[in-house]
Design a protein around this ligand. Structure first.
Ligand code: F6R
Length: 250
């Protein structure tokens, strides 16, 4: 694993954008796995800026997002499809047909999960998967104690994730109780993984995920077994890892 440590959120976002942009430059038709949440927003802004300046093109890129709330359609402001359109897809030159998320309104959950796994396979797999980490160590919506062997599936959200995500909704009661998520198996099949972490409140989970034991209780800990992971964080988020002697490349 390579660890890049930036001074602050802006620096971390630029680093993450550099890594994503490098993948797109090397393979303009690559498949990017993307995440929502607060952490990647700065990287998305940086990529949007480079695209607007004509330095980067996503015209042949395909994207597959990690997850989507069950029950929210693409026009719902809290749906992940809406988030991606607002924060990235609407700001870059990617054809909308090249952007993929699970369909929160699909009538048949099992069929939707199979369709999504089939789609990823037909695209040739994911070249670079971007991940944030939840406070409980979740990646995508793979909550603690779920099997490491799953593909795309439907999950019930834990109380801690509902509480963490309530900040995006008017009330906690409005947070959907279920979501579709790529499974850990799908994530681990990505050829490369980029994890972004920011802020002191992520320091403990970053430490447990990357220096603690590999255990389903901390889903992100499985990433220690992936051969090509880059962790990109700011000083606050990486403080505990660095205190424990983790090697940082820059
Ligand atoms: C987002 C996702 C989640 C987030 C995680 C961290 O698509 O799947 O696992 O990456 O909850 O969220 P932030 O970045 O808001 O701390």
């Amino acid at each position: 694993m390579r660890i890049y440590c930036a001074k602050d959120y802006e620096g971390m976002s630029r680093r993450a954008a550099n890594i994503i942009a490098a993948h797109v430059v090397v393979d303009p038709a690559c498949v990017l796995g993307l995440a929502t949440g607060s952490t990647p927003v700065g990287a998305y802004q940086e990529l949007s800026r480079r695209c607007a300046q004509g330095d980067l093109s996503f015209s042949r890129v395909h994207t597959v997002n990690l997850d989507e709330y069950v029950g929210l359609g693409s026009e719902h402001p809290q749906s992940y499809r809406y988030f991606m359109r607002k924060n990235l897809f609407g700001q870059i030159d990617i054809p909308p047909a090249n952007t993929h998320l699970p369909d929160g309104l699909a009538p048949d959950a099992e069929a939707e999960c199979s369709r999504y796994d089939r789609l990823i396979r037909e695209l040739g797999g994911i070249d670079l998967q971007l991940l944030g980490i939840g406070h409980n160590g979740h990646i995508g919506f793979n909550e603690p104690d779920q099997a490491f062997t799953l593909g795309t599936h439907q999950v019930r959200l834990t109380q801690s994730t509902i509480e963490a995500n309530a900040r995006f909704f008017a009330t906690e009661a409005e947070v959907p109780r279920a979501a579709y998520t790529m499974g850990i198996k799908t994530i681990m099949q990505a050829r490369a993984i980029l994890v972004v972490v920011s802020g002191a409140e992520k320091a403990d989970i970053a430490y447990r995920a990357f220096l603690g034991p590999v255990t389903p209780q901390v889903p992100a800990s499985i990433l220690q077994l992936h051969p090509h992971v880059t962790l990109c964080g700011d000083l606050a988020a990486l403080s505990k890892l660095m205190e424990a002697g983790a090697e940082v490349c820059g």
